[in-house]
Design a protein around this ligand. Sequence first.
Ligand SMILES: [Mn+2]
Length: 370
Amino acid sequence: MRKKLFGWLTAIVCCSLVMTVVSCAKDDNLVNPDPGAEFRAMLKSLNWGDDTCFVYGHKTPDVDAVTSALSYAKLMNTLGYNCKAKVSSPMNRETQYIAQLFGFDLPELKTSVAPQTRLLLTDHTDYAQCVDGAREAIILQKIDHHVEGDIADATIPYVRREMVGSTNTIIYECYKELGVDIDDETARIMLAGIISDTRNLTKTTTCGIDSTAWWALSTQLGISRDSMAVINHNMEDAAYDYSGMTDEEILLSDYKDYEINSHLIGIGSLVCKQAEMDDFITRMLTAMPEVMKQKGRQMLFAKIDNLVPNTGNDKDVKPYIEEGTYFIYYGEGGKEAAEAVFGASLREGVCYTIEDLSRKQIVPLITKVL
Ligand SMILES: [Mn+2]
């Protein structure tokens, strides 16, 4: 009896195992054998012209803007397309730092392009942030992780816009999808962008796929988690090293222009320790009229991350943590817009929120009220 029961049980287990295997095999058949085929066909269908196509991140480029232009240009080169990464304005200290540490060459500065130049854009979706001449250029592709701006997706032959933490994560997906090997130099370039834009996976904009790319690239390069934390900390230090800069330069160190419902606005992104915040805000507010004139803006904003001493276990690698965001404003309508988003001013020119907000999260809020 027992034997019989065992026999039946064995049969049932075997049967279900076989069924599992069969159903897995069936699922495998459903998976696209070449997920890159469509992508390749699309690239092939683009009108590439005869001249070099330029790959640009946004003006006042951060690490992600510079490295995404480099890594995407590299991908296009590998596939046989004549592309070259450029930058439209000088690069920041964080970018200089990581390029030296990771040992990769930075793109050349090219501040404007001739009409009909073919462009591939990474990490931006607004004309105000494009290289000069972009409106008369031909934009072939846009690879971005921001809410759609005034370069409408529908007007570009190929757009890949995903709300992930870093443009380089999207480019990592492109490499995987196309089955293109990522050499170590390209891995370092992409990893630099992901560390910077996600602040080593700690920003609220970080997604699962950012972690996947971060893990795969750092493993390929043999960089430990601890080393990644140190590298990130040093990059952050370089990014917020305002020493030797004028107040105008500080305000413009991480700055983006926007045109929102025909309002010309600019938004800076800054960081300051809490103990120095009040004085820092006063200096930035004082610099705003000059910067507004220089940039031809109607309203000027800056968000300032508030840094407080970290008392946690990781305080050796991360001596400060973010706690709340100050938002300063200048220009006609600036106060109304800022207060509509953040509530009443603390003092003239200054709003505050307990949330840690990125500029990427603030832009849609400001857009709504303008
Ligand atoms: Mn970015």
